[in-house]
Design a binder for this molecule. Structure first.
Ligand code: NAD
Length: 289
């Protein structure tokens, strides 16, 4: 039976660290500031943006929420980012993904000052992650997954880790973090073209699932005693639920529970860590001044 890795509890520890760091900055007259740019009205994006702004308020981080219409032009979004790049009260900038289809997201990301790129998506920060240069910003979700592994005492050195998914937001940076000096895992990255995925996953002492398919990872994918980090957040219809849907991960939690050694639940696993690591990155940006 698996030990449950409590993301809420570890996130609280990270946020307590953040509070101490913010107090120290305030002694030096610095209040960290985060700008969150939302283009359009995507309901899930609105929820994410509001929870980021709320967390800033709880911690005493200054925040600015910029909402642009769903028809905003590329130039409008670029002008907003450039203004925020120049704003001394703002240390971190993020543009909530996904923007509407008329927006070239890559150009927007390249325009964010890398020193304010608290999502860690700018090419300069991607390169720093690959180079193991600690001055860069690490994307929040994989950074949160690493912190969960550490807090749970999971040995990564020499372990076989299988990352399912190769996105720039989760899969690729996760693989880099696991293989970096200090973590020292042997990493396999699986994706939509991987053959015999179940067999590949069964090699994993650690499995990180970032696929975007509800309850995709079943118990026959899991080696006895493996640690499972479930990054997935999926809404599935559930007439019995109050809102008509329930949240689930990319791992079939009930199916794998007996076989896994440790597992993150959804919700309450990786989700709370992502926002905590965003706060951490914002503080790091302010500390770098
Ligand atoms: P994505 O769609 O960008 O990438 C999905 C990856 O899964 C791709 O690399 C693809 O190759 C792989 N994949 C797709 N089908 C597959 C298959 N049949 N077999 C093997 N691999 C397959 O998604 P993403 O942005 O990396 O997000 C992944 C999941 O994580 C989603 O459920 C998303 O909602 C969730 N997410 C959660 C957080 C969080 O804070 N917890 C943050 C970001 C993303």
């Amino acid at each position: 039976m698996a030990t449950i890795i409590d993301g809420k509890k570890v996130a609280e520890e990270v946020l307590a660290e953040c509070s101490r760091e913010i107090e120290e900055l305030k002694v030096h007259g610095i209040t960290p500031g985060l700008a969150v740019v939302l283009v359009g009205e995507d309901p899930a994006s609105q929820v994410y943006v509001n929870s980021k702004v709320r967390k800033c308020a709880e911690l005493g981080i200054h925040s600015e929420k910029v909402v642009l219409s769903k028809d905003a032009s590329q130039d409008e979004v670029l002008a907003t980012v450039k203004r925020l790049n120049e704003d001394a009260a703002i240390h971190g900038i993020l543009v909530q993904s996904p923007p509407p289809s008329q927006i070239d997201e890559e150009e927007i990301i390249r325009t964010i000052d890398p020193a304010k790129d608290v999502d860690g998506f700018h090419p300069e920060n991607v390169a720093k992650l690959a180079l193991e240069d600690p001055s860069g910003f690490v994307p929040c979700t994989p950074a949160g997954c690493m912190r969960l592994l550490e807090a749970s005492g999971v040995k990564t050195s020499g372990a076989d880790a299988v990352v399912v998914g190769r996105s720039m937001i989760v899969g690729k940076p996760m693989a880099l973090l696991l293989m970096a000096r200090g973590s020292d895992a042997t990493v396999t990255v699986a994706h939509s073209r991987t053959e015999d995925l179940a067999e590949v996953c069964r090699r994993g002492d650690i499995i990180v699932a970032a696929v975007g398919i509800p309850e995709f990872i079943k118990k026959d994918f899991v080696k006895q005693g493996a640690t499972i980090i479930d990054v997935g957040i999926n809404r599935v219809e559930d007439p019995a639920a109050k809102r008509g849907y329930r949240l689930c991960g990319d791992v079939d939690y009930k199916d794998v529970f007996e076989k896994a050694g440790a597992i993150t639940p959804v919700p309450g696993g990786v989700g709370p860590m992502t926002i905590a690591m965003l706060m951490k990155n914002t503080i790091k940006a302010a500390q770098a001044l």
